[in-house]
Design a protein around this ligand. Sequence first.
Ligand code: AMP
Length: 178
Amino acid sequence: MILLMGIAGSGKGTQGKMLADQNKMHLISMGDVLRMYVTGVQRERMLAGGLLDDHEIIAIVGNVLAQIPDDEEVILDGFPRTIKQAEWLIDQVKAGKFSLKLGLHLVASRSAVKQRLLKRGRLDDTESAMEARFDEYERSTMPLINWLNNNGVKVVNIDAERPVEIVNKDITNNLKLE
Ligand code: AMP
């Protein structure tokens, strides 16, 4: 299992897809899964740029992962995003359900990703939702990166402000080292 983490607009979706295609890996995008299934208050929360409840997310990701054959390598885009979610994942690894290869942290500044998101124009790419997602990333996901490194999961920082192909090469090289 490979974890893809990073600020909104850092290219997790794009890089995840490239990696999955190139290596025949199974890609799970948490955001895509949630956009398909989540309704009502939760959907409002997503559109406002807030994170969804850890319990709910863990139940959903557990179901999705259970459907993937054991011999397929999985790329998880956008999970974990909080320490609680990571604790669950590590428990699963300890129980022998998955093996965790590497975390990839796509690093980019707010100003760089803002331009990308404005061009993309998804429903949650409004000014206020973007700011909320950037704040959430700083509050929840940044501390998680250190936490993972301190808990035996190697996370590599990847400069994600570079062109897509260069970032893809960098990621591929890092995977080869593992
Ligand atoms: P993304 O497509 O990765 O930008 O995710 C879009 C939105 O889905 C986020 O802003 C959150 O509202 C929600 N989301 C995705 N992954 C998670 C997660 N692991 N935990 C909580 N909320 C999530």
